[in-house]
Ligand binder design. Sequence first.
Ligand code: M6R
Length: 596
Amino acid sequence: MCGIVGYIGFKDGLDVKEILLTGLEKLEYRGYDSAGICIYNDGVKIFKDEGRVAHLRQLVDMDVPSNLGIGHTRWATHGIPSQRNSHPHQCHTGRFTVVHNGVIENEIELREQYLEDYDFISDTDTEIIAALIEKFVAQGESASLAIRHVMGLLEGSYALGIMDAATPDKFYAAKNKSPLLVGVGKNFNMIGSDAMSIIKYTDEFIELHDEEFIVLSANEVAIYSILGTRVDRLSYKETLDASDTEKGVYPYYMLKEIDEQPFAIRRIVAEYFTENTYNINPEIVESLANTDRIYIVAAGTSMNAGFVGKQLFESIANIPTEVHIASEFVYNTPLISKRPLFIFLSQSGETADSRAVLVKIKKLGYKSLTITNVKGSTLSREADYTLLLYAGVEIAVASTKAYTSQIAVMAILAANEANWDAKVLKKELALIANVIESITDNKLLFKELADKYLIKRNCFYIGRHIDYYVAIEASLKLKEISYIQTEGFAAGELKHGTIALIENGTPVIAVISQENINLNTRSNIKEVKSRGAETIVISLKSLSAATDQIVIDDVFPVLAPLVTIVPTQLLAYYAALGRGLDIDKPRNLAKSVTVE
Ligand code: M6R
């Protein structure tokens, strides 16, 4: 959600506009509806509009040289997507120009208290930041002091890039709750919402903490606390390979990421096992051993992986486990056991809803573990422990390889706790990687099924036991990229109401991976069929019937979601492709949901 890039300096022959536009293209995956940049060339020049970065490229006057600029992709929160509401925003005098990621929660109070007579140009909360800085500078504060003064007034989340036309040899940044990184270069420095937007130019990064204020010039990065105290922090080398962020031969990142799942599982095996034993941080192992209840907190696909995790922790390791919707936890806080362990599942490690829970449970003194794909992300930094997914960058908004990787990591944690023979699990995960490959090798099947059946307005996924959890995730995948209204149901629940929605031609997709539910789920398939549904069955080989369209080689039943989810990802992909949709950037969605 929203993306920021900023640059100052003189990297050999590179022009700031190209750096900003390329950086914004790398941030497109986060979801946005408008884009803009401003550059300094004997004054500040702004180019911005509703629409894609490709459109912005056409607006930018590439002939104007510059060595300072900030850029932004906007995901509308305050005011419709429009040229007027696009960032950057300026104060009236034009001296201060601001880009902002986040939401200012007390904007109305600030308008009333400080800016009653101010004539706003946009409907955004961001414009008040520019206006307030201008106001405090007019009252005699230096630009730095005014920005920190404003930071102290803001409630909510912000990552800011700020240019002061009076001092074009530097620019400013600030952060609270929204992600922001510094990229350190030779003769230049940058800011970006993530490493991908910067990595093309430098692999040296400095992480930023909440309520920090940063001054960047071509040769220096100075970090300060909100009170103005200088903060010393070492830089680190980011290992992300610039080519990881390319689509290569694939038409869409989603298809590439579906295909990468076998590699991701093999990488997890390489990271979390030695030759014959598990390789997990002993403190995490001990925390699991000592807990009387696991609380998994997550959103979207990560939450759906959490449901599978609950099965794994309970059935393998015998640890009672609850799964909580992050955005509900704050209001519907459960009764907490005596020795809880909180597990935050998050591909991005930046989801604001999950972070709000982490902040809350930390205050209560509870232990936390983040399982994430992004090293150094907020949830990773702030939890007691982190386990990385090592899945490689996931760019498509629809999460695929993060889901299977999260399940694989939780399976390893549970199995270790239960003293499963490491060699056995290692071998099974290697087999699972091969099985996934055999599914993804057969893409034509999924294209044909999607073209034939997934052409209606509604669709249902059904399953029982662990297959029900797969049905929920499968339905999220299909609905978010194809816009087909899809629900995932516990197959036994259908006849308690939802079966009323089945009519001629309604697609119903059933998942069958457990022996003890095979017959019952098949009865439910007959029930919907006799009411006109078109059914697709995904089953494990030993449980399959001759008419099942998607039959998968057997794996350990408890690990079946790692393979049964893959056909549903491909069905979603081809359903969206058949509809001619923008698969990697579905409407209204953002990859990284950084506002609550
Ligand atoms: O980065 P996270 O895993 O915390 O993100 C959580 C959800 O926003 C995310 O899984 C979302 O539901 C995806 N679009 C699903 O494909």
